[in-house]
Design a protein around this ligand. Structure first.
Ligand code: MN
Length: 423
């Protein structure tokens, strides 16, 4: 029998009304404390529910999980149980946290062992990704970049509305929220110079993205269709796909992004499942020209996720520099996954798939400093009187995201990263 997660349900664990993590969310992450080894948990209100401790106490028996699924620093083991496994697990956790159920609620000595406040845990990188692909799927972003580097008449390249353009990124430099980055150095050649030079990147930028992680896909030679894609997607997180625009601009021809991208990408700690996001599905844009049959899809496959990007200068206040939404994507996750595997490319457990920078149609909705400052020609005015064309040392970049309707809010928390000076 399966438990239905309803919007009207409440938990016996206190959840503030503006929380990202009501009982309907149940996002997965990994954490440790000074006394607890790395383990799997879920967020509820301002607490973390320790799934290792919960399993050890016998609350997660008979739903197909083992101790090693929770007694680990990554979600990968747990994800081997696939969509049906993670769904069963979420439903069991919902049951235990729901107000009318007193299995756990009535045992204060057990509650003390399984609930921790979020402030006392250190969140870890949630998933060990062997492969990372980054797409380029927001039309406004691709259009803006085309205007900045080519001309508005030919802003989108001829392939853009036919292919979810992407490249293979560096999985091993995906870092958890809270880990600082060092300003990269590299080779650059500004248009005004005749020869390249070496030095620190002066055009350091964020990219406001989401990322989705896959369950074990199909082996080499097989293809995942747009209709099958939902079964292979575990969940989503916020993703800051750092870019050194000056390094990138010189190196990218003809093989694409390399050292201007590979120094870091930051991910938020809680993976929000597609099941939790389902009620925020929305229609995508009408795709004209018509896409090839393998990219056609049925139903609403976009998701209405509000996204904010913030710059917080050293010892300063937060400045919201962009406010976008995941629904502005031209290509959805199902199309991305179908395209990724159409050549028979294998999709692995825990693969990370970045959306590409997500920019909305209006100024104020852009997802990178490149666009916000229009390549440095329109500096952003900060509340402390300073200006930003690109990012400065000591700046912390924070991204937040949530889905909201009349009944509930399903949030992602945040990804926050501070920039240290070049070495
Ligand atoms: Mn990117």
């Amino acid at each position: 029998m399966s438990t239905k997660i309803t919007n009207s349900a409440t938990s016996w664990v206190e959840v503030p009304s503006n929380s990202d993590f009501p009982i309907q969310n149940i996002p997965f992450g990994t954490f440790k404390t000074s006394s607890l080894s790395p383990r799997v948990g879920i967020a509820i209100g301002e607490q973390v529910l320790d799934l290792k401790a919960l399993f050890d106490l016998g609350y997660l028996n008979n739903i197909g999980f083992d101790s090693e699924d929770f007694d680990t620093c990554f979600l990968n083991n747990m994800m081997r149980k696939g969509k049906s496994g993670s769904r069963k697990l979420r439903e069991r956790i919902f049951e235990l946290l729901e107000k009318s159920n007193d299995e756990l609620q009535s045992k204060p000595e057990d509650i003390a062992k399984v609930l921790l406040t979020q402030g006392e845990v250190e969140m870890l990188l949630p998933i060990d990704s062997r492969d990372y692909t980054d797409f380029y799927s927001s039309e406004q972003h691709a259009f803006n970049v085309g205007c900045l580097f080519r001309d508005p008449e030919n802003a989108l390249l001829p392939n853009w509305k036919h292919i979810p353009v992407g490249y293979h990124g560096r999985a091993s430099s995906i870092i958890p929220s809270g880990q600082e980055i060092v300003r990269p150095k590299g080779q650059k050649k500004p248009p005004t110079d005749s020869i390249p030079s070496f030095g620190q990147s002066n055009l350091l930028d964020f990219e406001l993205e989401t990322v989705f992680f896959t369950f074990q896909g199909k082996p080499l030679g097989e293809t995942i269709t747009t209709a099958e894609a939902d079964d292979y997607i575990f969940g989503m997180a916020l993703f800051n796909d750092w870019s050194a625009r000056d390094i990138q601009g010189w190196e990218y021809v003809p093989l694409g992004p390399f050292l201007g991208k590979s120094f870091a990408s930051s991910v938020s700690p809680w993976i929000v499942t597609i099941d939790a996001l389902e009620q925020f599905r929305t229609a995508g844009p009408i795709q004209e020209p018509k896409v090839l049959p393998y990219l056609e899809y049925e139903g609403d496959k976009h998701i209405d996720i509000n996204l904010d990007v913030i710059i917080k200068p050293e010892n300063g206040d937060e400045n919201v520099v962009g406010r976008s939404n995941y629904k502005y994507m031209y290509w959805n996750m199902n199309q991305q996954l179908a395209h990724h595997s159409i050549n028979g490319c294998n999709i692995g457990l825990g693969d990370a798939m970045g959306s590409g920078t997500i920019s909305g149609p209006n100024e104020g909705q852009y997802g990178s400093m490149l666009e916000i400052s229009w390549k440095g020609t329109k500096p952003f005015k900060m509340s402390d009187g300073t200006e930003r064309k690109f990012l400065q040392d000591g700046d912390t970049v924070i991204m937040r995201g949530n889905c909201q309707n009349d009944e509930i809010r399903i949030g992602f928390g945040e990804v926050s990263t501070k920039i240290l000076p070049a070495k």
